[in-house]
Structures are given as C-alpha cells and as structure tokens.
Design a protein around this ligand. Sequence first.
Ligand code: MLT
Length: 265
Amino acid sequence: MVKAVIKGVKVGYTDQGNGMPLVFIHAFPLSKTMWQPQVDALKDTYRVITIDLGGHGESDIVLWNDTLDDYAKNIIGLLDHLGIAQAVFVGLSMGGYTLFSIYRHYADRVKAMVLADTRAQADSEEGKAGRRSMAEVAFSDGAPAIANLMLPKLLAPSTIEHHPEIVEQVRQMILQTSTAGIVVDLVAMAARPDSTDLLPTITCPTLVIVGEDDQATPLRESRFMSDKISGSTLVTISEAGHLSNLEQPDAFTHALESFLKKIRY
Ligand code: MLT
C-alpha cells in the first residue's frame, strides 16, 4: 500500500499497471479495498488507481473537508501528484456523487465515467434527517453500530444469506472507518447539490451500472440518469444489491471491460 502526502494530508492509494488510467472511488462507509476484484482483473491491461477518501482506510481525515467538492479536489490532487492528466473514473454510490463533483469542476480531467449504484438527486429532507440520526449513532456507538445499520442496505438478501464471506469483508471495511470519517461523509452527502441538471451536459462516454436488487439507489434512478446522459449505456447486474461490484464481481468487471474497450486512449 502506498501513501502520498498531499497538501500536508496523508492519502492512501494504490497505483498498479500501465495504460489508460482508471480511478476507482469507493462507497460510504467503505474503503479502496472494495475494488479489489476489479483491480485484480484489470491491472494487467490498465493503470488502475484506487483511493481512500479522508478518514477511510489509510487516509487521514481533515475535518473541515466536508463537502463532496472537497473530496473531488483531493482526488484531483492525487492525480496531479501522479502526473495523470485524464482518467476514466468509476464511482459507486457516494463515489458516484463525488464523480458528479469531479465532472462539474474538472470535466477536462474526465475521459469517461462509470456511475455505479448511485443517483443524481440530492437528499430529500427526510433523507437529511436520516443522515443526522446516523451521525448520532456513529458518535454514540461507533462503526460497529453503523455496520449493523448499513449491511442490509448495502447487500442483497441473497448475498447476506449465501455469501457470509462478502458480508464479513464489508463489515471489516466499515469497522476500519473512523467515526470522524463516517460523520464527515454524512455531512457531505446531506449537503450535496442536485446533479440532475448536470446530466444532459455530460459529453464523455458514460456507463451506468446497477444491481437489480439495489434498494439504496434502485434501478429507476439509474434509468433516469441513463435517459438524460446522451449516448450512455445502462447495464443491470443480476443477483446483486447496492455493492454490485463485490456481489457479482465477474459480471461487473465484464460490463466495465466491454465499455473500456470502446474508449480510445
Ligand atoms: C453509499 O453506498 O455510498 C451510500 O449508500 C450512499 C448514500 O447513503 O446515499
């Protein structure tokens, strides 16, 4: 594992392989290790980069970096550090929200993008209230309580029943996330702007992927995004919930590879 110090803050990331750079942005409240199946499958063909957002995995937290625009700036800071001008970005859920911020502010850095299990809309008032309650749980009971709350939202019932190893892997990732990281994510997600108006302005090749049993960001949200992004492709992953890349890694990677093959580098 590698760490860079960018603007005084330690950032955990991996950087493997050569060729067209792919940058993977993780979900809440996980870490870069959620992308291991895709890293293993793609690192012989592409330059594959994963990053821990602040307070996750191996990255330090800066408490006042509490907007998704801050997350976007930090990711672009890592790309500057690595000398990468343009990349294909893959963001799942909160990673997708972050990707909207990247596109809004740094569109010239985006060669193509993959919006996985995410949505363009901002939180409703009810959603924001839910974030506040979850932040209170994080403060009082820490990451184990968040793991108990999040696991049924992240994984399909069939994954929970038949794949205890995936459940355990996701639980461990959540347990490694600092309370501050969890709370800052919740603040950042609650404050994120609506990105619906951004969708028709997206001109880069775009793939939208969603697990067919995703309860957190259901298929209709992905259809909505795909309908509004001209020329985008929508792929549904069977027998997967919100963490479609971990629940059905081969199907997810296959969709990604088919998309990447069409991008000229
Ligand atoms: C995620 O997986 O990143 C979260 O479910 C996103 C959210 O809570 O909106």
